[in-house]
Design a protein around this ligand. Structure first.
Ligand code: NAD
Ligand code: LMR
Length: 324
């Protein structure tokens, strides 16, 4: 049996936290041979609720769960942490854009970035889920100068999975028949879900009706979060948790041969994107490292969509630079 690794989940008493913790403890994220010690970070008013979650975790008797630390102190939560899923943040309500949360949530990520810098394992893998996820990841990264900036990522896997689900319905195939989907850019309504490289059972997706693609598919994926808020009266939780598991599992354990996934990672300038912003790219993962899929053809249409989402991320960066 491997040595246990320490996994931080912030916002552990929230709705995503409740969907996430039990799957991590069951081995869905890091595999059936990797014990975990869960570190649950919450704010003081939620500590009672967290204790209830801890009791439920105990009651599942998960063989892989080798301990739980529940705390409202970020310095305790990030001590020796190997993985961090930064979920704790305010969600948006109806009529809001995710960027409306920027000032409300930014402070959380600067505090947690500093705590990670001082206490976490230097190779910690960080996934930011709390919105606006890309720019929150940048804030955490900029407050953790001793950690490799590439270890800070944000979640666009939910958008990727949403796109696969839409394609599955449209083309009457299973989601696992589909490969090479890409989400470019920001986890926001400017994101660009790009089907130009998608394959069905290894063959190129042909006969994509452009009117459907531009007027239905792209807006449906871009607006899916808002549609769920409207329907549920609360933002997506189980699907967000499931996508966070997918993101971390692929990063830690690798992607399937012939396929790639979408991860928001610090831009290295690939595809002409401003270096440094946390931009969603097509990536493959192996040996715990991700690599951007290079040299994909980019049409004029795709370029204009990539430019729009990149511009939004540059603006978000400008709005929070005082926190770096
Ligand atoms: P929620 O309100 O149910 O839970 C958030 C939890 O975070 C609460 O329990 C709160 O007490 C806690 N919290 C607040 N500040 C904290 C801090 N400083 N440290 C630790 N915990 C803190 O919200 P939720 O539905 O779980 O959503 C959480 C975030 O995830 C929101 O910002 C939401 O918009 C975002 N989200 C992102 C995606 C994505 O695809 N990236 C998908 C869904 C939701
Ligand atoms: C989502 O995409 O479901 C989340 O980011 C929540 C939201 O605000 O849309």
């Amino acid at each position: 049996m491997k040595q246990p690794v320490r996994v931080v989940v912030t916002g552990a008493a929230g709705q995503i936290g409740y969907q996430l913790l039990f799957r991590i403890a069951a081995g869905n994220m890091l595999g059936p041979d990797q014990p975990v010690i869960l570190h649950l970070l919450e704010i003081p008013p939620a500590m009672n609720a967290v204790q209830g979650v801890v009791m439920e975790l105990e009651d599942c008797a998960f063989p892989l769960l080798h301990g739980v630390v529940a705390t409202d102190d970020a310095n305790v939560a990030f001590k020796d942490a190997n993985y961090a899923l930064l979920v704790g943040a305010m969600p948006r309500g109806p009529g809001m854009e995710r960027s409306d949360l920027l000032q409300a949530n930014a402070k959380i990520f600067s505090v947690q970035g500093k705590a990670m810098n001082d206490h976490a394992a230097k190779d910690i893998k960080v996934l930011v889920v709390g919105n606006p996820a890309n720019t929150n990841a940048l804030i955490a990264q900029q407050n953790a100068p001793d950690i490799d900036p590439g270890q800070f990522t944000a979640m666009t896997r939910l958008d990727h999975n949403r796109a696969l689900a839409q394609l599955s319905g449209k083309f009457n195939v299973q989601t696992n028949d589909l490969t090479r989907m890409t989400i470019w850019g920001n986890h926001s309504s400017t994101q660009y879900p790009d089907v130009s490289q998608v394959q069905v059972n290894g063959c190129d997706l042909t006969n994509v009706d452009q009117t459907w693609y531009v007027d239905e598919f792209i807006p449906t994926v871009q607006q899916r979060g808002a549609a769920i808020i409207k329907a549920r009266g609360a933002s997506s939780a189980a699907s967000a948790a499931s996508s966070a598991i997918d993101h971390m599992r692929n990063w830690a354990l690798g992607t399937a041969a012939g396929d790639w996934v979408s991860m928001a990672i610090p831009s290295d300038g690939s595809y002409g994107v401003a270096p440094g912003i946390i931009f969603s790219y097509p990536v493959t993962c192996a040996n715990g490292q991700y690599s951007i899929v290079q040299d994909l053809p980019v049409s004029e249409f795709s370029q204009s969509r990539i430019d729009a989402t990149e511009a939004e991320l540059r603006e978000e960066r400008s709005a929070v630079e005082h926190l770096f």
